[in-house]
Write a protein that binds this ligand. Structure first.
Ligand code: FA5
Ligand code: MG
Length: 508
């Protein structure tokens, strides 16, 4: 069943039931019903869906029995699972209600597959795990970001050899490496240097040889995944007789340093796609204290989290992440799981014109969110300390890295206080600070998948008054037909009205 029901209890306490499981809600609740009702879609389990095909292709590189698959773990998890068990500091930006969907103060929609890491380590049932799941984030809108996406989280743990001889592990890992096919992949900076303080080798636990062996095994395994995917994509493009970028140009990838609270050192892998670097995964050497507290102190391991949509977009040349949610048979019927692993490239079935509209406004004077937007929207890789880790460069999305805990900032959740009517937005009304993710979610609540992107195109402070101005471009587009200008105007006006009502902005 995919019933999501919101019910009122006798004592006035709101509870929510998702697939038969009931949760109390409180003032932390910010998960809109549009998101909750999509939980049942589980695209990674739909037969012949491109996300499923992609999952299986990656799974083929991490075979049983070494790797044990977990594909049906429930998406509502505790704050403990999603953050605490992974060593996220209490003030980590990823915990904010601005970035994460909460059901109540201690319950969230998982923001990453790593939420199950500690539990799977603790289970000690195998050396490796392969978790695939739907994950949820309040995030930007553009062709490569969606508030629900799918991650796959393979991890490997090997008996720790430090008490005997560290080269034993090195040899074991290098033996594994022999099974990785040689590739002609262009890897820019295959072993980037990393910051010794924020991303140290775990020298209390791993000898330099061990650390080196784990990191090398990790990175070369991931390059192998990329080669597998790209070979399939290239064959599909050739079969389609295309002369697209994927056939004519060599695949380019690069490693960049990253930060995660649960791995050290950590990296991200980026692929050059549509003229820009697209981040496809984050990875690293598992922090020993996580293995220790999961009851497996005698093990070392690596882990990575890969975005299945991002890979599927490369694989099938799917231009827009929203397409995965399409129920249009012209989309779905194009994909077939095949025993030989061959894939067929996506053929665009329609391209109706985009309708861009701008919305410009002054922020209320009191708003502390008058900062200049920064360029990162990767809540799980904060902090982004001075000296700068590479931001996810494919994203032109607004930032999501300030914290706002104002309950009324969230949209369309029936358990939230209703928004103030537009007429009440006078100087005496206090509004929550405006944040870009609030706009993103407002746009999604009102326009749904008709909104293709929301991009900040101008931000400035009035030279005399210091008042902050923002201008966003919202691109509307319907995949099945052309939107009429009345439809677009209706949506756009509603968005403007709600901006005024909720955040007290003044439209310009
Ligand atoms: C994480 O989620 C970490 N848990 C990954 C990890 C696992 C690191 C294990 C170390 C060890 P990050 O926030 O960077 O990291 O997301 C991982 C991947 O998910 C990204 O590289 C990208 O491919 C994908 N992704 C992130 N946000 C979105 C989004 N809004 N839409 C689609 N894909 C996304
Ligand atoms: Mg990232």
């Amino acid at each position: 069943t995919h019933l999501v029901c919101l019910q009122q209890e006798k004592d006035g306490q709101n509870v929510i039931t998702v697939e038969g499981k009931t949760y109390d809600t409180d003032e932390w609740m910010n998960a809109p019903s549009s998101i909750l009702s999509s939980i049942s879609r589980r695209l990674h389990l739909q037969p012949d869906h491109p996300i499923t095909i992609t999952r299986k292709l990656i799974e083929s590189r991490f075979p049983a029995p070494t790797y044990q698959k977990h594909n049906t773990l429930f998406p509502i998890v505790s704050v403990g699972q999603n953050f605490d068990s992974l060593g996220f500091p209490a003030d980590h930006v990823g915990r904010s209600r601005n970035d994460t969907y909460y059901i109540n103060k201690s319950t969230v929609l998982r923001t990453h597959t790593s939420a199950h890491q500690a539990d799977t380590f603790r289970a000690k049932t195998s050396e490796g795990f392969l978790i695939s799941a739907d994950v949820y984030r309040r995030d930007a809108i553009d062709r490569s970001h969606y508030p629900i996406f799918h991650q796959m989280d393979p991890r490997s743990q090997t008996p720790h050899q430090r008490s005997t001889c560290s080269t034993t592990l090195a040899r074991q890992v290098w033996d594994d490496l022999k099974t990785i096919p040689k590739h002609d992949l262009v890897v820019e900076d295959p072993n980037p240097s990393f910051h010794p303080d924020r991303n140290p080798l775990q020298s209390d636990h791993h000898s330099p040889e061990e650390a080196e062996a784990i990191a090398t095994h990790l990175k070369r395994s991931l390059e192998d995944v990329v080669v597998t995917i790209f070979s399939a994509a290239r064959a599909a493009a050739a079969a389609a007789g295309g002369s697209s970028a994927s056939t004519s140009e060599p695949l380019k990838v690069r490693w960049v340093e990253a930060y995660f609270p649960f791995t050290s050192p950590s990296w991200e892998l980026e692929v050059f796609w549509q003229n820009d670097w697209l981040e496809v995964l984050g990875c690293g050497v598992v922090r020993q204290r996580l293995l220790d507290s999961a009851g497996v102190p005698g093990r070392v391991g690596w882990a990575f989290g890969i975005g299945l949509e991002r890979i599927a977009m490369l694989l099938f040349e799917i231009p827009d992440i929203r397409l995965f949610w399409s129920r249009d048979p012209r989309f779905l019927d194009q994909f077939r799981e095949r025993v030989d692993g061959k894939i067929t490239r996506f053929k665009e079935f329609s391209k109706y014109p985009p309708a861009p509209r701008d919305v410009a406004f002054w922020l209320p004077r009191s708003t502390p969110a008058a900062r200049t937007p920064d360029s990162t929207n990767e809540p799980h890789s904060a902090p982004n300390p001075a000296g700068g880790l590479a931001p996810e460069s494919a994203s032109n999305a607004p930032s999501s890295s300030t914290t706002t805990n104002s309950p009324s900032a969230s949209v369309s959740s029936t358990s939230n206080p209703p928004p103030a009517p537009a007429s009440s937005s006078t100087a005496t009304t206090t509004h929550p600070p405006f944040h870009e993710n609030d706009l993103t979610e407002l746009v999604r609540a009102i326009a749904g998948d008709l909104a293709e992107s929301v991009t900040l195109i101008d931000a400035f402070a009035h030279p005399k008054t210091g008042r902050q101005s923002r201008c966003y471009r919202i691109v509307y587009r319907r995949l099945e037909r052309t939107l009429t200008s009345e439809e677009v105007a209706g949506l756009h006006e509603r968005i403007g009205r709600e901006l005024v009502a909720r955040w007290g902005v003044e439209l310009r």
